[in-house]
Ligand binder design. Structure first.
Ligand code: DQA
Length: 148
């Protein structure tokens, strides 16, 4: 089971700056991730919070909850949350950072991720497919395959 975490403002997906983040809602993204996970043989749990502390607690607890890996879109916390960086460093699961938008084509403050250093890698700029690509990587790492 992979835990997919979404940070501040991602509850507004679909209505928030659709020219940047697309028209898929968070609920639709959750359904897509479940379908992609099923194709790859991965169960997924999907959570969102606007609160840094809640995200940190989910990261801290993920291993104890029995998850095998993390996919994380920290939203703007990406660019300044050393607390989230520390939480990621303090836990043993492989983590992949994802972003809908291409951070490197945006404002300078978005071009640096403080959290990516605690992740296996970062996938940014492919809209909702960034999440699929993260799951494809984790299916390889966790050595699972399609069911049947
Ligand atoms: C984002 C990029 C961040 O800079 C921004 O604050 C977000 C969304 C993305 O998915 O492209 O909230 O993480």
């Amino acid at each position: 089971m992979v835990l997919i975490l979404n940070g501040p403002n991602l509850n507004l997906l679909g209505q928030r700056e659709p020219e940047v983040y697309g028209r898929t809602t968070l609920e639709e993204l959750e359904a897509l991730c479940e379908a992609w996970g099923a194709e790859l043989g991965l169960g997924v749990a999907f959570r969102q919070s606007n609160y840094e502390g809640q995200l940190i607690e989910w990261v801290q607890q993920a291993h104890r909850e029995g998850f095998l890996a993390l996919v994380l879109n920290p939203g703007a916390l990406t660019h300044y949350s050393y607390a989230l960086l520390d939480a990621l460093r303090a836990q043993p699961l492989p983590a992949v950072e994802v972003h809908l938008s291409n951070l490197h084509a945006r404002e300078p403050f978005r071009q640096h991720s403080v959290t990516a250093g605690a992740c296996r890698g970062i996938i940014a700029g492919f809209g909702v497919l960034s999440y699929k690509l993260a799951l494809v990587y984790l299916a390889e790492v966790l050595e699972v395959g399609p069911p049947g």
